[in-house]
Design a protein. Sequence first.
Length: 98
Amino acid sequence: MKFFEKVYQVVQSIPYGKVMSYGQIAEILGNKRMSRQVGWALHVNPSPDLIPCYRVVNRFGEVSKAFAFGGENRQRELLETEGIIFDKKGRVKPCFFV
């Protein structure tokens, strides 16, 4: 299985109402230094309806300013519809991380 396919498999396993960071996914796949490649994989997500890339945030719990499927506001909206709460700095609260 190719790297991007592995990324999509991990992202599909993120439970409803939870998030993971790019680095967490990279570490699961065996190399925590590949978080940027995880980001690239999600940016070209071939099936955004099936692969919930909006559940992936940076290590600080911030949404992507370059979210490919509607921008940062759309990513936050999608997370909030799942009950995810952001703090005053716009970061996902730690209790929502897998």
